[in-house]
Ligand binder design. Structure first.
Ligand code: ATP
Ligand code: MG
Length: 220
């Protein structure tokens, strides 16, 4: 299974990709009593996910593959979950187009802010992410677009913004996950450092994402 992590611009994707991969690895449940095998893919020219994996010595591989031929070149065993950090769709739509051809799930990462909402829903001269997901359908093996969910990050407890943008995104046709990732200094400083041993405290949201995806039957 391949998970494409997308956003039009900077949206917390690299942070979330690393920590989601870790949560997929460590979260134990009835369906995955030993957690899951994961592999990362860095499909962003910044190579920051790849670099993080090297400096922090991840216990899973991260391939650097920022290529418009991603769909032809990626390698993933059938029992491994691939976590792809896609880079900005605004600037490199060709790479994300390629990833979307083979993705089994799209996670759109956003903060509940007007800035992120506008760039996702009403970009002035860019293709919306929703249209990118729709247009990949004819290029996919099954001819249908991959399922897509929104993960809100950098949220503030009890702020009205989460509720407001959940409503706005739902009205736009998006499926917003109940689990959210808080705005937190430990998460802000995560890139470049070892992944947490346990997904507790501010990291607990990533385990909640894994369990929610599992409960919805989206996760293999
Ligand atoms: N949950 C969080 N709480 C607070 N800060 C966060 C959180 N997640 C990410 N950040 C901060 O937001 C910024 C962007 O995060 P990140 O680099 O993960 O985004 P990105 O989508 O990968 O960006 P780009 O596409 O430019 O590579 C960073 O400064 C990071 O420290
Ligand atoms: Mg990044």
């Amino acid at each position: 299974m391949l998970i494409a992590n997308v956003s039009p611009r900077t949206g917390g994707k690299t942070t979330d990709s690393g920590l989601l991969a870790r949560a997929l690895r460590t979260t134990k449940s009835k369906t995955a009593p030993n957690g899951r095998l994961v592999k990362g893919f860095d499909a962003d020219h910044s190579k920051q996910f790849w670099q993080w994996a090297q400096t922090a010595e991840f216990d899973f591989p991260v391939d650097a593959l920022a290529s418009a031929r991603f769909h032809r070149e990626y390698e993933l065993a059938s029992d491994v979950i691939g976590v792809v950090d896609c880079g900005h769709t605004e600037n490199h739509p060709d790479i994300t187009d390629s990833v979307l051809r083979v993705a089994d799930l799209v996670i759109l990462h956003m903060a509940p802010t007007s800035g992120d909402f506008e760039r996702i829903v009403e970009p002035v001269d860019k293709t919306t992410i929703a249209d990118m997901i729709k247009r990949c359908a004819p290029l996919r093996e099954d001819g249908t677009p991959p399922p897509a969910v929104v993960l809100m990050n950098r949220t503030v407890a009890n702020a009205s913004s989460v509720k407001n943008y959940r409503k706005e995104m739902t009205a736009e046709g998006w499926d917003v996950l109940t689990a959210t990732i808080p705005r937190n200094e430990k998460l802000a400083q995560a890139i470049g450092f070892p992944l947490p041993e346990r997904m507790t405290g501010p990291f607990a949201g990533f385990e909640a994402v894994v369990l929610e995806l599992e409960q919805r039957g989206i996760l293999s």
